[in-house]
Write a protein that binds this ligand. Structure first.
Ligand code: GLV
Length: 328
C-alpha cells in the first residue's frame, strides 16, 4: 500500500521528522521563508496530510484545493491563520500543540517585562553610543516591582504560568478572563478576578494572553490605552491583532502609557522601518515566545503525532475542532 502524502511547510525540528520519516511520503519546503500562497495551493492538491505553521494562510480556497486532505496539523498553539469553521464543515480535523510551549512563552513574557521596565536594551544602546562616561545617580531609572500590580488579560495556561512566576516579585495580581477560575486556583495563584476596565485602570504592568478571535481583535485600542496609567507598561506575547497597533503607537508617542514589550505585531514580520522601532520605550522581538530548543522539539513531536493519528482517521490527541467527530 502506498504511503500517505504529507507536505510540511518548513523545516521543523528533527524529533518531529523522525516520527514521520518511515510512515509517510514526505515533502518539506526547505526554504527559510514560508511557501508563497500560490505554491501552497499547488502543493496541497495531492496531499493527505498538511503540517503547517502560523505563517501559512489556510483558508477556504486552500482547503478546497486539497480534496484528499484528512488532517491539518499546526505546529503552534494558536490557529487564527486557519479557517477552522470551513475545515470543520469539510470534516477535516485541525491539530495544535498546546501545553508544551506554556513555560517558554511565560518566560519570554517576563523577559520582555523586565527588559522594558528596567530599560535593558536602552542601556545597551547607551553603552554602544559611547554615553557611559560615568555612573549616573539619576540615569536610566526604571519601574519598581515590589508592591506593583500586574494585570493579566486571558488566564489560560500561559496567563497562569505568568502569574506563577510573579510570586517571587511580591506583585499584586489582577486578572480578567472569559470565565472566572475556581476559588482554589485563584488562591493558589494569588490572583484577583476583576473587569477589564478595573484591570486597565489599576495595573502597572499588563500582559496579554488571549487567543486572537473576533472578540479579542483590537481588544486594546485607544479607549483602553487611555484607561491605563501613564506609568503602565503593556506586554504582548499572544497575537499582534489583539492590540490596535496604530492606537498603541500614538499612546506611546503621546506618553499615554510608559512603554510596551511586544513579541507579536501586526503585520508580521514588522517592516524594519516601522515607526514603533524608532521609539525608546518599546522592545520588539520577532515572535519567539516558544523559541527554546526543548519546546520547539516537543511542538514538532506533537504536530507529527497529530498528523499521523489524523491520517489513520483516528481522533487527534490535540484537536481544536473536535466537532468534526460529532458528525460521524
Ligand atoms: C505561537 O505563537 C503559537 O501559537 O504557538
Amino acid at each position: 500500500m502506498s504511503k500517505p502524502k504529507v507536505f510540511i511547510t518548513r523545516q521543523i525540528p528533527q524529533a518531529g521528522l523522525d516520527l514521520l520519516q518511515d510512515q509517510v511520503e514526505l515533502e518539506i519546503w526547505m526554504q527559510n521563508e514560508p511557501p508563497p500562497y500560490t505554491i501552497l495551493l499547488e502543493k496541497v492538491q495531492n496531499i493527505d496530510g498538511l503540517l503547517c505553521l502560523l505563517t501559512d494562510k489556510i483558508d477556504q480556497q486552500l482547503i478546497t484545493n486539497a480534496p484528499h486532505l484528512k488532517v491539518i496539523s499546526q505546529m503552534a498553539v494558536g490557529y487564527d491563520n486557519i479557517d477552522l469553521n470551513f475545515a470543520t464543515n469539510k470534516g477535516i480535523p485541525v491539530g495544535n500543540t498546546p501545553g508544551v510551549l506554556t513555560e517558554a512563552t511565560a518566560d519570554l513574557t517576563w523577559a520582555l517585562l523586565m527588559a522594558i521596565t528596567r530599560r535593558i536594551t536602552e542601556g545597551q544602546e547607551y553603552i554602544k553610543q559611547g554615553k557611559w562616561t560615568t555612573w549616573q545617580p539619576m540615569g536610566l531609572l526604571g519601574a519598581d516591582f515590589v508592591g506593583a500590580t500586574l494585570g493579566i488579560i486571558g488566564m489560560g495556561r500561559i496567563g497562569q504560568a505568568v502569574a506563577r512566576r510573579a510570586k517571587g516579585f511580591n506583585l499584586n495580581i489582577l486578572y480578567t478572563n472569559r470565565r472566572r477560575l475556581t476559588l482554589n486556583l485563584e488562591q493558589e495563584l494569588g490572583v484577583n478576578y476583576v473587569t477589564l476596565e478595573q484591570l486597565l485602570k489599576e495595573a502597572d504592568f499588563i500582559s496579554l494572553h488571549t487567543p486572537l478571535t473576533e472578540e479579542t481583535y483590537h481588544l486594546i485600542s485607544t479607549k483602553e490605552l487611555k484607561q491605563m496609567k501613564k506609568t503602565a507598561f503593556l506586554i504582548n506575547t499572544a497575537r499582534g491583532g489583539i492590540i490596535d497597533q496604530n492606537a498603541l503607537l500614538s499612546a506611546l508617542k503621546e506618553g499615554e502609557i510608559a512603554g510596551a514589550g511586544l513579541d507579536v505585531t501586526e503585520p508580521e514580520p514588522l517592516p524594519k522601518d516601522h515607526e514603533l522601532l524608532t521609539l525608546n520605550n518599546v522592545i520588539i522581538t520577532p515572535h519567539i515566545g516558544s523559541a527554546s530548543y526543548k519546546t520547539r522539539s516537543q511542538m514538532a513531536i506533537i504536530a507529527a503525532q497529530n498528523l499521523l493519528v489524523g491520517l489513520q482517521g483516528l481522533p487527534l490527541p490535540y484537536c481544536v475542532n473536535s466537532a468534526v467527530y460529532n458528525n460521524h
